[in-house]
Design a protein around this ligand. Structure first.
Ligand code: IPE
Ligand code: IPE
Ligand code: MG
Length: 263
């Protein structure tokens, strides 16, 4: 998981190579979260049904998972289906679920071979039993892997996650006076994982659409006009490079070397 790992799959002399060489591998985001948006618009531009955009989006998922793992990103979270997405036509929802099942079946051995740990976050118990079964298969088969953690957010809502976390905290018997932010975050679906450092949204929308509301408190946000089915390694490298130029202050002031040495 390094420059060599990523260069191994990049054609020499390509623009991607130049981007990869600019990266600082000591300053990678630990957790990258992506709102995969724009599938419908991608299809509409081609006069195709919306579901063709979802189908095409699978190639982007494959590319981003591989690139993230090769870079050495510790956690990748992809927003695949929100609690609000049930409002869509039934046929579209069914196709999304079918594509998800197919993705897991087709990619599971590749994920496993690459030491990737697969997880699903969201109200998974509300999904159809066949979808739950395939998810469980993916989770079990990769549970012992120690490489990148790949969360897929399904029937996910940031507000429902917080409600679920409150319920779990109450059921755990933790005394209200003992509850603080670090303890509360252990009850989230992402308990134990680092918060996203970088939040990417494709297709140009400037909103978070109920994604990881608690966890993105200090995430750097990067929005691209690229529609999700067109998103590739190059876009991810550009996002990470932009992230590495940000000045993260967490409400404080920029720590200069002088200030640090004066301590
Ligand atoms: C993202 O693409 C996929 C899901 C939300 C499941 P959209 O289907 O939202 O595409 P647009 O935003 O309509 O273009
Ligand atoms: C967000 O995209 C949800 C996912 C990417 C799964 P939407 O397309 O559903 O979001 P809105 O409706 O534009 O806010
Ligand atoms: Mg959308």
């Amino acid at each position: 998981m390094s420059l060599d790992q990523i260069l191994a799959v990049i054609p020499p002399g390509s623009p991607d190579e130049a981007l990869a060489r600019q990266l600082n591998f000591d300053q990678l985001p630990s957790h990258v979260a992506i709102i995969m948006d724009g599938n419908g618009r991608w299809a509409a531009r081609r006069h195709l049904p919306r579901v063709e955009g979802h189908r095409a989006g699978i190639d982007a998922v494959r590319d981003v998972v591989e690139t993230s793992a090769r870079l050495g990103i510790k956690v990748l979270t992809l927003y695949a289906f929100s609690v609000e997405n049930w409002k869509r036509p039934k046929a579209e929802v069914n196709t999304l679920m079918l594509l998800l099942k197919r993705y897991i079946r087709a990619e599971l051995s590749t994920l496993d071979r690459n030491n990737i740990r697969f997880r699903a976050i969201g109200r998974i118990d509300e999904l159809a039993p066949d979808v739950q079964a395939d998810l469980a298969l993916g989770v079990e088969r990769t549970a012992a892997n120690t490489g990148m953690l790949f969360n897929i957010a399904l029937n996910y809502g940031g507000r429902s996650e917080i409600v679920d976390a409150v319920r779990r905290a109450m059921a755990s018997g933790v005394a209200p006076a003992d509850l603080d932010e670090p303890i509360f975050s252990t009850f989230l679906y992402t308990g134990g994982q680092p918060d996203p450092d970088l939040l990417i949204r494709t297709s140009g929308e400037m909103r978070v659409s109920n994604f990881l509301l608690w966890q993105i408190a200090y995430a750097e946000i990067w929005v691209t006009e690229t529609l999700w089915p067109d998103f590739r390694r190059r876009d991810l490298l550009e996002a990470v490079l932009a992230y590495q130029k940000r000045d993260r202050r967490y409400g404080g002031i920029k720590a200069s070397p002088v200030a640090l040495s004066a301590k």
